[in-house]
Design a protein around this ligand. Sequence first.
Ligand code: MLT
Ligand code: ZN
Length: 481
Amino acid sequence: MTAAASGLARRLGDILGADGVLTEAADCAPFLVDHLGRCRGRALAVALPRTVSEVSRLLALCETERIGVVPQAGNTSYCGGGIPDDSGRQLVLSLKRLNHIRALDAGNYSLVAEAGCILSQVQQAAEAAGRFFPLSIGSQGSCQIGGNLSTNAGGVNVLRYGMMRDLVLGLEVALPGGRVLEGLSTLRKDNTGYDIKSLFLGAEGTLGVITAASFKLFPQPQVRATALAALPDVRAAVTLLGELRAASGDRISSFELIPRAAIELTTRHIPGVTDPLPGGNEWSVLCELSSSRAAEPLDALLEEALAAALERGTVRDAVLTRSERERAALWKLRESIPEAQRHEGASLKHDISLPVVALPDFVARAAPWISANVPDGRLVAYGHVGDGNLHFNVSQLPGADRERFLARADGVRRAVHDLVREFGGSFSAEHGIGVLKVGELERYASPVELELMRAVKRAFDPHGIMNPGKVLRREAAAADA
Ligand code: MLT
Ligand code: ZN
């Protein structure tokens, strides 16, 4: 360690206690690489504060010393937002010890959680009080609330409950320089000027460190009906979504597209996953209705709606789950698609969103382009079709050369994202920008948007110490942080 680094570690130790600062290479290592192994960095140290006051004092020190701070929650992100650069001059600020549920008010349908709480911990706290916290994503057993807030996470219940932004009532945020924004309101209505908290949601730690948040809770679903329906094409998925919304009085909470390729990958790589509808159909959807009224006959409703869709030809085949075990098996198939893709080899990932009605034409243009231009890859386009969000991924074919396949990434990204723009969509639906999509943001955001984003960054973080180089490229004046 250099003299400067050991001086800093000592001063951090004064704030955080001896066990609150990691400097040994082996201790720091897990914080310096993302879970996909795509982004790696080095750091001066890893700080493990326990309280907002410690975070605030740490940010005051880092502002004075012009040290870049990289907030990190569960480290499950896809875009490298929580990993330091390779200068070795940044500090990783792990939120894992800020992990308490501070309050839960069942009558007010609200909960206050610290940023290092694991998502499933928040879901369970709500459930224990007879309430429901609806954010649900594949990594919920390890991702942390601070990361979910900072990337405005989505997942499988967005269709009914919205994204993370829609679930937040208030935030507590430690700002560069050490001030703390104390905004843990649990009010539903509060129109008092600019919505400052909104700026931190999706900012990926570039404006300040979210240390806690107050959330909306909902009545717990008492009854669910879940089915897998095989479809002729993506247009049928959009049609079925409309039909089910109408037939169910909008009881749909999830509507997930699953292509044949994903069923083949999950059944091949994930123990216990089987194909519930063998028959070679190219596309399926996993649809789930739910209600907090126990008496609602959702199974019958879903069965009837699917039978009618079968007659009309929207659906080719369908299976309804009859037990919690069968339901869990369907969800396992869906949620293990990313893991199965990892087992298959390298993949080119595109987290795109489009107006739902544009999805069929988009896929009809983009899928043949992939077949023609990526001979060593296979399209695995799946995801939250009910929200217009597809993970338009391409998996390396077995036996293909990994490096040659990955060398196609830039060209494929350009073609896919340009087409997304042509269809009025977004190149970043729910995984954020991090470091990997900074160039994409520069390409697709308008000059006015970029100018306003840079002005916001300068206003909150004039010395550029907060997660430098993430979301926006560093500005010259902030180059030393
Ligand atoms: C999912 O919906 O499974 C994830 O957001 C996408 C992924 O893990 O690639
Ligand atoms: Zn997703």
